[in-house]
Write a new protein. Structure first.
Lengths: 437, 390
C-alpha cells in the first residue's frame, strides 16, 4: 500500500506541474461598454512664465583644448578670427639603422634635416569652397594650452601673461600653403631644421606652431596634425629616416567671444554653454477654455496623469559666426544641487545617451523651427515631489550638449518674452478612479 | 509521519490561488462568476454538493465529510478549454484553477473536523478597445485595456457529527478571503510620435473579507437512500481598498443559499443522484452602477453512477450527469445560464476494505453558457486527488 501511496503522490505532483504549466488566456472582450471608466487624453501647453521660475545661461564648460580639433578663421561672418596653436612632444631619441655589415644598431646621434607639418582638414565644413591661404608660424611666447585666449598666452591663477600682440602675434613665420577643399583635404608646410631643433627642447614652453588663414570670410576646422621629421643617421650618412610625431597639445584661440548675456537659450559651443531652468508647475489648471470644455476644471496636475512632457524650444540665430555647421546633440539633465552651479552634479539624461540631434539649418536658414525634447520623467518626479527612488525631486534642468565641448558653434533658442518662448507641452490623461462594482 | 507529510502538502496547496484563473467572460458581470467548489465525483453526476453516499471533503459542505474515518487530504485541479463570442468578437478560453482544497481529521468514528479552501467568485477578465488621442494636431492611436485579476475565496473550518445511525449534522464557519486588482491602461502608439508617451494607468486593489457559516444535515431514511441539505449563511462580503487605491470600499449583501441533494441505490453498484440549489441575489447588486443581478438563481442537476468493473485497487465507476445553473450576474440584458453534460470516472490506487486510501476522480464536462450577447462553449476537466491514511 505504501508503494501505491508513493506512486499516487508522484502522480499528483506530476499532474500539478502539468496543469500549472498550462498556458493561461484571459478572456478578453472588445466591447468598450465593459470598461467601467471613461478616460480622456488632452494636450496642454504651458507658457514660459507658468512653468519656469528662474532662467540663466552659463558658459565656460570645457576649453578649446578639449575639442580635439583645430580652427582657423578670418573675419568669418564679418567678425570671427581664430587661430590654432599646436605643440609637439619629444621626438624619438634613438633610431634603429643597419651598419655596413647589415647589423641593426641603435643610433642616438642622428641629425635632423628638416620636417613637414601635415594637416588634415574637415573638408565638408570648410568655408569657402575655393582655395584659401594657410600660414604657419613658430610661437615665441610661453603659452598654456588650457588657458590660452586671443589676448592671453597664459591665464591661470597667479599668471596672466598676454601675447606680445593679441592672437599669438609676434610668431616667427614658417611658411604658407594653398588649400582647396575641392582638391584634397591635406596640406603640407615645410619646417626648417633650426625650428625642429628648437621644438625638440620640451622644457621650452614657448615652442609650438600657430596655424592661421589669411582670406577674409574663411573658416576651416582640421582634425589632425602631424610633424614628419627627416633625420640622417650617424652610421649611414647616405640614408634618410622619416620620423612622425603627433601633436601633443592643441588648442585654438579666437575673437570676439560670444555675447556672455544672450537673449535666449544657448547650448553647446567651445567652451560650452548650458541653459539652466528652474521649473515649477501649477497645482491645477483652470484653462484654457478648450481644455475645460473637455475635462472638469480646475484640473489637478498629478504625476499619474502625465503621459508625456516635452520642453518645446524655438530655434534662433544668436551669433552667425557661431552657428553650428553640423547637427547639435542636445541633452537635458536634472541639476542635482542648483546652489552649487555652475559646478553642480547632474542627474541622468532625460533625452537619451546619444542626445537629440538638431539639424544645423534650424540655426541658420530655418530658424523659428520648434523642437521638442522629452522631460517626462523629470516632470512626473517634480509634480510628485520625490523621484521613483524616493529621493527629493530636483526642480532644475540643464539644457546642454551630450559632450562638452562638442562643436565650435552653439545652438540658440528663443528666450522668454517673445512668441517663440520655451513652452512645456503636457499630455494628460484624466480619469475617474477605478472602482469595484 | 505520513499525516504530517500530507498536512504539509495540503497547506502548500492552500497557497495556490483558487479562483485566480478565468474561465468565462461572465466574470465581468457584478462581482464575478460563481466558482462551484465541487470535486470530480460530484461534477460527474451533475450534483450541486450534498447528498452523495461516499464521504468526501467539499468546501461549504461539512455534511459531506460524514464517515470520513481516516485523515484525508484532497485537492482538485480544473483546466478549461473553450471559445466565446460576444458581438463580433470571438476568442478562446483557456485556464486552470484549483477550486477545492481540503484536509480532514477524524476525532472519533462518528466525528470529523476539517479545513477547506475553495473559490467563490472568479473575477479575472479583460477588455480591450482601440482609441485615439489628438496630440500636436495629430491623431495618435492608442489601445485601452481594462484587466480585472483576482477573485473571492473562502477559508472554512468545519465539524460533522453522526448523531444516530442514520442522521448526522455538520457545521462550518469561515471567512471570505482573496483580492482583486482592477487596472485600466491606455497605451499610446509611440511610433506615431517623436518622443515616447508613457502609458496611463489607473488601478485599484481590494481585499475581501466577511463571515461565512454553514449547517448541513445528512439523513439516510433507508439503507439505499440518502438525503442531505445545506443552508449556507453569509455575512456581508466586504471589499476594502488596499495600498494606494483611491476607489472606495464596498459591501455586498450576500444571499442565503440552500442546497439539497439525494442519492438512491438502485442495485449494488448502480445509483442515481439529484441536486438542487437556490439563492436570491437580488439584494447583492443594489449598489452596482451598471450591472444588475438576475434575482433568484437556481441550479438543478442529476446523474447516474455505475460501478461496472473493478480496476487496480478498487471499483471503476462510470458517471453521467446533467446540470443547469443560473448565474447571478448579467453581462447584458439576458439572464446567463450554464448547461453542462458530464461524464466521470475514478481510478483507485489504494483501498483498505471500503475506504479509498488514494485515488483520482475525473469529470469531463461539456457545456455552454448563454447570456444573450455572450455565448460560450467549453470543456472543463476536473481532476480530484484524494489521499487518506494515518
Amino acid at each position: 500500500m505504501r508503494k501505491a501511496t508513493n506512486a499516487a503522490l508522484a502522480a499528483a505532483g506530476a499532474g500539478l506541474a502539468l496543469v500549472a504549466g498550462c498556458q493561461e488566456l484571459v478572456p478578453t472582450a472588445t466591447d468598450a461598454s465593459l470598461i467601467p471608466i471613461n478616460p480622456i487624453t488632452v494636450e496642454v501647453l504651458l507658457e514660459f512664465d507658468d512653468f519656469v521660475s528662474d532662467f540663466d545661461v552659463i558658459g565656460g564648460f570645457g576649453s578649446p583644448a578639449d575639442l580635439g580639433r583645430g580652427l582657423v578663421a578670418r573675419k568669418f561672418k564679418g567678425t570671427l578670427d581664430a587661430r590654432t596653436l599646436i605643440r609637439f612632444g619629444a621626438f624619438q631619441s634613438r633610431i634603429t639603422v643597419q651598419d655596413s655589415l647589415g647589423v641593426s644598431r641603435q643610433d642616438s646621434a642622428f641629425t635632423a634635416l628638416g620636417g613637414q607639418l601635415v594637416i588634415v582638414f574637415d573638408s565638408i565644413n570648410a568655408i569657402p569652397d575655393g582655395p584659401v591661404t594657410l600660414t604657419a608660424a613658430a610661437t615665441s611666447t610661453p603659452w598654456d594650452r588650457r588657458t590660452a585666449t586671443w589676448d592671453l598666452a597664459i591665464d591661470s591663477a597667479g599668471d596672466r601673461t598676454p601675447w606680445p600682440t593679441p592672437g599669438a602675434g609676434s610668431s616667427k613665420p614658417l611658411g604658407s600653403v594653398l588649400f582647396d577643399r575641392s582638391v584634397n583635404d591635406t596640406v603640407v608646410i615645410a619646417v626648417d631644421s633650426a625650428t625642429i631643433a628648437a621644438w625638440s627642447d620640451t622644457t621650452n614652453l614657448s615652442r609650438g606652431v600657430m596655424i592661421d588663414v589669411t582670406d577674409a570670410g574663411a573658416r576651416l576646422e582640421f582634425t589632425s596634425v602631424a610633424l614628419k621629421v627627416d633625420v640622417r643617421p650617424s652610421i649611414h650618412l647616405d640614408t634618410i629616416v622619416s620620423l612622425t610625431g603627433a601633436a601633443s597639445e592643441r588648442t585654438f584661440i579666437f575673437q570676439p567671444s560670444p555675447d556672455p548675456d544672450p537673449p535666449g537659450l544657448r547650448v553647446g559651443g567651445t567652451p560650452a554653454w548650458r541653459s539652466i531652468m528652474r521649473l515649477g508647475l501649477p497645482a491645477t489648471l483652470t484653462g484654457p477654455p478648450a481644455l475645460c470644455a473637455l475635462v472638469s476644471c480646475p484640473l489637478a496636475i498629478t504625476a499619474e496623469r502625465i503621459n508625456q512632457a516635452e520642453l518645446v524650444l524655438t530655434t534662433s540665430l544668436d551669433d552667425p559666426a557661431f552657428a553650428p555647421l553640423s547637427a547639435v546633440l542636445v541633452d537635458i539633465r536634472p541639476v542635482l544641487a542648483p546652489e552649487l552651479l555652475p559646478k553642480s552634479p547632474l542627474g541622468q539624461t532625460l533625452v537619451g545617451a546619444l542626445g537629440q540631434a538638431v539639424a544645423p539649418e534650424f540655426f541658420d536658414t530655418e530658424t523659428g523651427t520648434t523642437v521638442s525634447f522629452p522631460v517626462t520623467v523629470f516632470i512626473q518626479d517634480l509634480v510628485r515631489g520625490v523621484t521613483r527612488l524616493d529621493a527629493p525631486a530636483p526642480n532644475t534642468i540643464s539644457v546642454m550638449t551630450t559632450f562638452e565641448p562638442l562643436l565650435v558653434g552653439f545652438a540658440s533658442f528663443q528666450g522668454p518674452g517673445g512668441p517663440g518662448a520655451p513652452m512645456l507641452r503636457l499630455i494628460l490623461t484624466v480619469s475617474d478612479n477605478v472602482q469595484i462594482p | 509521519m505520513r499525516l504530517r507529510r500530507y498536512t504539509l502538502v495540503a497547506f502548500a496547496l492552500l497557497t495556490l490561488p483558487a479562483g485566480a484563473f478565468a474561465q468565462t467572460l461572465l466574470n465581468a458581470g457584478g462581482i464575478g462568476a460563481p466558482i462551484e467548489p465541487l470535486n470530480a465525483r460530484v461534477r460527474g453526476v451533475g450534483g450541486v454538493g450534498p447528498g452523495r453516499f461516499d464521504a468526501m471533503l467539499l468546501p461549504g459542505e461539512p455534511g459531506a465529510a460524514i464517515d470520513l474515518v481516516v485523515p484525508t487530504i484532497t485537492f482538485s485541479m480544473q483546466p478549461v478549454w473553450g471559445a466565446y463570442s460576444i458581438g463580433d468578437s470571438r476568442g478562446d478560453l483557456r485556464a486552470t484553477r484549483f477550486p477545492v482544497v481540503g484536509l480532514s481529521y477524524p476525532l472519533s468514528i462518528n466525528s470529523v473536523v476539517m479545513l477547506t479552501f475553495g473559490g467563490v467568485f472568479d473575477q479575472r477578465w479583460a477588455v480591450t478597445q482601440n482609441s485615439e488621442a489628438v496630440i500636436g494636431g495629430r491623431n495618435v492611436p492608442a489601445e485601452d485595456r481594462f484587466v480585472s485579476d483576482g477573485g473571492v475565496s473562502a477559508l472554512r473550518v468545519g465539524w460533522v457529527q453522526r448523531l444516530t445511525a442514520d442522521f448526522g449534522v455538520g457545521v462550518s464557519v469561515g471567512t471570505y478571503t482573496g483580492q482583486v486588482t482592477r487596472t485600466f491602461t491606455r497605451s499610446f502608439d509611440t511610433l506615431a510620435v517623436a518622443n515616447p508617451i508613457t502609458d496611463f494607468t489607473e488601478q485599484g486593489r481590494w481585499q475581501f473579507s466577511g463571515p461565512l457559516a454553514t449547517v448541513s444535515g445528512v439523513w439516510d431514511p433507508l439503507d439505499v437512500v440518502r438525503v442531505a441539505a445545506t443552508i449556507a449563511w453569509s455575512g456581508d462580503l466586504k471589499a476594502e481598498p488596499v495600498d494606494i487605491t483611491k476607489g472606495v470600499a464596498r459591501t455586498f449583501d450576500m444571499p442565503l443559499q440552500v442546497r439539497i441533494g439525494a442519492s438512491g441505490l438502485l442495485r449494488p453498484g448502480l445509483s442515481l443522484h439529484a441536486g438542487f440549489s437556490t439563492a436570491d441575489w437580488s439584494s447583492t447588486g443594489k449598489g452596482f452602477d451598471d450591472v444588475s443581478t438576475t434575482g433568484r438563481a437556481t441550479s438543478v442537476g442529476f446523474g447516474i453512477e455505475w460501478e461496472f468493473a473493478h480496476f487496480w485497487a478498487g471499483p471503476l465507476p462510470l458517471r453521467l450527469g446533467y446540470r443547469r445553473t443560473d448565474l447571478p450576474f448579467r453581462l447584458g440584458e439576458a439572464d446567463p445560464v450554464e448547461t453542462v453534460f458530464s461524464v466521470g470516472w475514478s481510478f483507485t490506487l489504494a483501498q483498505l476494505e471500503t475506504i479509498t486510501l488514494a485515488g483520482f476522480d475525473f469529470a469531463m464536462e461539456f457545456g455552454n453558457r448563454d447570456a444573450g450577447v455572450l455565448s460560450e462553449d467549453f470543456r472543463r476537466l476536473t481532476v480530484t486527488f484524494s489521499l487518506a491514511g494515518g
